[in-house]
Design a binder for this molecule. Structure first.
Ligand SMILES: Nc1nc2c(ncn2[C@@H]2O[C@H](COP(=O)(O)OP(=O)(O)OP(=O)(O)O)[C@@H](O)[C@H]2O)c(=O)[nH]1
Ligand SMILES: [Mg+2]
Length: 197
């Protein structure tokens, strides 16, 4: 049974005019392409292929809005760092992200999705710096923890926690064996509650 029985896809946006009305509260899932953003959303709402996932990096190219309940939403953002994307697309992506992040009043927090086998990239750090500059809380999901042995995963977690310090909270996560799903939902709810009911 989903903790979010009312969860539903609202719409995909390719331009600011298509964004959902800026009311209530939403949490955005950002991160490198193929890191597991859409998969994490599916685990959190407990529905298969709710947000579409793919083995092909760059699957999510639009800003996808989902309702959790009432005026609480999740936003699945297109991934960055996908090398094969043409320049034109990359510029469009950057414009779309700037439009989204600049002045989105209902944005209550960011989930930054990082593959546990990689360290946060320069772009992840830029996202963190941006979030800090506008006072947006960040929670990092170190995804695909099932791909590492326990000890390795624990070390990766410590390393990222040390590196990020107070700028974000960090946890392990796996969409395969569902490690960390409760912790992720709890943090999500904290962000949504912070923004006021
Ligand atoms: N083993 C394992 N595979 C995962 C996990 N999370 C995601 N994957 C796989 O990684 C690939 C990419 O997952 P997505 O959720 O589509 O990644 P994304 O970040 O939404 O990617 P874009 O939409 O391209 O930015 C898929 O093949 C997933 O099945 C995980 O926790 N464990
Ligand atoms: Mg995706």
């Amino acid at each position: 049974m989903s903790q979010y029985p009312q969860a539903a896809f609202i719409k995909s946006a390719n331009a600011p005019s298509q964004f959902v009305l800026d009311e209530g509260a939403e949490v955005a899932f950002a991160g490198r392409s193929n890191a597991g953003k859409s998969s994490a959303i599916n685990i959190i709402v407990n529905r298969r292929q709710f947000a579409r996932t793919s083995k092909t990096p760059g699957r999510t190219q639009l800003v996808n809005f989902f309702t959790l309940r009432d005026d609480k939403r999740l936003v699945d953002l297109p991934g960055y760092g996908f090398a094969k994307v043409a320049d034109k697309m990359r510029h469009h992506w950057a414009d779309l992200m700037a439009d989204y992040f600049e002045g989105r009043k209902s944005l209550a927090g960011m989930f930054l999705i990082v593959d546990i086998r990689r360290q946060p990239t320069d772009f992840d750090h830029e996202m963190l710096a941006f979030a800090e500059s506008v006072g947006l809380p960040v929670h990092v999901l170190l995804t695909k923890s099932d791909k590492l042995k326990r000890g390795q995963a624990a070390n990766a977690l410590l390393k990222v926690r040390r590196e990020l310090g107070d700028s974000a909270t960090v946890q392990q996560f796996s969409a395969l064996d569902r490690q960390g799903e409760d912790e992720a939902r709890a943090r999500l709810e904290e962000f949504l509650a912070l923004s006021g009911e």
